[in-house]
Ligand binder design. Structure first.
Ligand SMILES: CC(=O)N[C@H]1[C@@H](OP(=O)(O)OP(=O)(O)OC[C@H]2O[C@@H](n3ccc(=O)[nH]c3=O)[C@H](O)[C@@H]2O)O[C@H](CO)[C@@H](O)[C@@H]1O
Ligand SMILES: C=C(OP(=O)(O)O)C(=O)O
Length: 463
């Protein structure tokens, strides 16, 4: 089990380059399946675990894939399967985004219920409602969803009960090769929806209104491969903004697009963080004590749920009391327990977390419970006195390319130890404790607990 070790207290300064957006590249790679002819060339693809998973999903269906640096080439002219393997789909929720392309191009798809971070129940009813409205038959059973069409899908008017990002993307893709016009009402408006629409339009699709709550798709007979450069990751950029602010730093976030980050920048400005927009990015500086603010997560252009845990890390050290309300996912406060281990003062009341600011954070052993929680723990650890050891690193690997290297280049004292080295470290610590115990300084139970923990941690990662 890999670990990230951070010694807090270093002020970050310098420039960090933002990678292509995970949440844009996953639907774009899924959309490349729509091309009957030609090769799609996708640039600025971050080599994240989630990207490797979607690539494996495409390969398992028979698409030809090649990677050259951060450019991925996809040839989806002939596919052999309409059923991505369960082992891949359970790893990542975004695997379900191949449903729309498969259904519209081949008239069938069979996919297991998707997995991913445990931040809520995350139903897929709105995706299925859209496919059914376009004439697909959907059958559910034994953890699988089977969809079939009778001839081409038919354009339809679909009102989403919630502006779901994934449902909007899946329906957009399904509608692109349907007969006639599809209108999605109450569509999600995230920048990643616009990026997907831009890619699809360069494939020959006709998608209008992406970025607004009403998207209109005119179905066409055929789509072809196209070239596209993925937008920079706004959540990664926002995370480095928090990392800079929490250390009182001065960091240039290269490639960040201010328009995509308006809700995050506005809240950080309210707290007292300074921003300067430059030609190639956004500069973040802090010159005064930070103030508490209330935050409520909402679909775009509201404050993003994917930045909730990171801003909470910053609010722990701001002056005053803040209320953070999570309205998008019902179980996205798992980081609170871990923040408490770092001496954060937070209590949860229903969908809100009350954060008492001014905490003097102290390093501890913590666990990343999901992707953004992991990033938030790193931010808090950069500020905490002493050493913080973060496990659950596989969550962080889903969404942050080279986070330890990027932070170290900004001056952070951070390093990663891979599974075997982490085990050796545990064993060394247990040995040190044993020696202390022999000298009568540590109770025997502490040694046993440490050894037990080392033993338990080994099992899953070696399996
Ligand atoms: C790969 C990707 O892009 N992931 C992002 C995407 O996830 P994802 O696309 O899964 O998130 P959704 O926008 O679909 O989910 C938003 C809310 O709608 C609900 N819902 C969704 C679909 C559905 O059929 N029925 C339903 O009730 C969900 O449970 C959740 O409460 O948007 C989320 C919300 O901004 C982000 O946190 C994720 O990082
Ligand atoms: C929740 C996230 O991703 P996913 O939807 O892939 O689980 C995220 O990116 O924070």
């Amino acid at each position: 089990m890999s670990k990230i070790i951070v010694r807090g207290g270093r002020r970050l300064s310098g420039t960090v380059r933002i990678s292509g957006a995970k949440n844009a590249v996953l639907p774009i790679l899924a959309a490349s399946l729509l091309a009957e002819k030609g090769v799609s060339v996708i640039r600025d693809v971050p080599l994240l675990d989630d990207v490797l998973t979607i690539r494996q999903v495409l390969s398992s269906l028979g698409a030809g894939l090649r990677q050259d640096g951060d450019t991925v080439f996809v040839d989806a002219s002939s596919l052999q399967s309409f059923e991505p393997p369960y082992e891949l789909v359970r790893k990542m929720r975004a695997s379900f985004l191949v449903m729309g392309p498969l259904l519209t191009r081949f008239g069938q798809a069979r996919i297991s219920l998707p997995g991913g971070c445990a931040i809520g129940t995350r139903p897929i009813d709105q995706h299925l409602k859209g496919f059914e409205a376009m004439g697909a038959d959907i059958a559910l059973g034994q953890g699988y969803i089977e969809a079939r069409t009778h001839g081409r899908l038919k354009g339809a008017k679909i009102y989403l009960d919630v502006p779901s990002v994934g449902a909007t993307q899946n329906i957009m893709m399904a509608a692109s090769l349907a007969e006639g016009t599809t209108i999605i009402e109450n569509a999600a408006r995230e920048p990643e929806i616009v990026d997907l629409a831009n890619f699809m339009n360069s494939m020959g699709a006709v998608v209008r209104g992406a970025g607004t709550s009403m998207i209109r798709i005119e179905g066409v007979d055929m789509l072809h491969g196209a070239e596209h450069t993925v937008i920079p990751d706004r959540v990664e950029a926002g995370t480095y903004m928090v990392a800079a602010a929490i250390t009182g730093g001065d960091v240039m976030i290269e490639g960040a697009i201010a328009d995509h980050l308006t809700p995050v920048i506005s809240k950080l400005e309210e707290m007292g963080v300074d921003f300067g927009e430059c030609e190639n990015g956004i500069r973040v500086t802090v010159s005064r004590p930070l103030r508490a603010v209330d935050v409520k997560t909402l679909p775009h252009p509201g404050f993003p749920t994917d930045m909730q845990s990171q801003i909470m890390a910053l609010l722990m050290v701001a002056e005053g009391t803040s209320v953070v309300t999570e309205t998008v996912f019902e179980n996205r406060f798992m980081h609170v327990e871990e923040f408490r281990k770092l001496q954060g003062q937070i209590r949860v009341e229903g969908r809100s977390a009350i954060v008492t600011g001014g905490a003097k954070l102290v390093g501890a052993k913590v666990c990343a419970t999901d992707l953004r929680a992991g990033a938030a723990l790193i931010c808090a650890a950069l500020r905490a006195e002493g050493e913080t050891e973060i496990t659950g690193v596989h969550h962080i690997d889903r969404g942050y390319l080279g986070i330890t290297e990027k932070l170290a280049a900004l001056g952070a004292d951070i390093r990663r130890i891979e599974a075997e080295a982490a085990l050796a470290r545990e064993a060394e610590e247990a040995q040190a404790l044993r020696l202390e115990e022999a000298e009568g300084e540590v109770p025997a139970e502490a040694v046993f607990a440490r050894e037990e923990r080392a033993r338990i941690q080994v099992r899953p990662s070696w399996a």
